[in-house]
Design a protein around this ligand. Sequence first.
Ligand SMILES: C[S@@+](CC[C@H](N)C(=O)[O-])C[C@H]1O[C@@H](n2cnc3c(N)ncnc32)[C@H](O)[C@@H]1O
Length: 186
Amino acid sequence: METAIMLLAIFFLLVLIAGMLLFAATAFLDLVGYLVADVPFIPIPRYVVEKVVALAPKKDGVFYDLGSGEGRMVTAVARAYPRMRAIGIEKAPLPVLLTRFSSKKRPPNAKFLFKDFNNVNLSDASFVYMYLLTKVSYRLEPKLTAELKPGTRLVSCDFPLKVRQPDQTIPLSRGNNKHTLYVYDF
Ligand SMILES: C[S@@+](CC[C@H](N)C(=O)[O-])C[C@H]1O[C@@H](n2cnc3c(N)ncnc32)[C@H](O)[C@@H]1O
């Protein structure tokens, strides 16, 4: 009886240690991500994903999520529009790892580039989404203005561009959770 209790205690201790190590590793990767990417990895809630998907200007073409996190927006767009090429660009270690782990469940028109979006030419885009921070959106605006062709739609979640004025501003909420989509038609 005593041995059984002892074994159970050791088992729970090991589970606790494993949990703590996992938590520490995740926090470390998150911190590294913030340092390398300037923006923390915060996945957008599903109700916002649905709204962004519905804002696609057409059912084909090329979609980019600039800083795609663990890939939820890319997967949703690819599922909704099988004729669209949906591409996520992400460079922080934790979301890259999560994207790789869940890759089997993705439709074939979803693809990921594990690199800095500043080094990816966006001129083939028809639909672009980003959820970054004010300073990063501001820094990105000249690149977007130079590369996005007429007819491309950009949706920026919560952080508008500095110079260009949005064609639509869409406030969204679910309970206490609030977001705003800024839509730009280039
Ligand atoms: C707030 S999260 C948004 C994640 C996802 N787009 C979503 O809406 O759920 C921003 C993501 O952008 C990534 N990121 C920031 N700067 C980047 C860069 N220059 N190149 C690639 N990814 C970047 C961060 O690592 C982070 O995962």
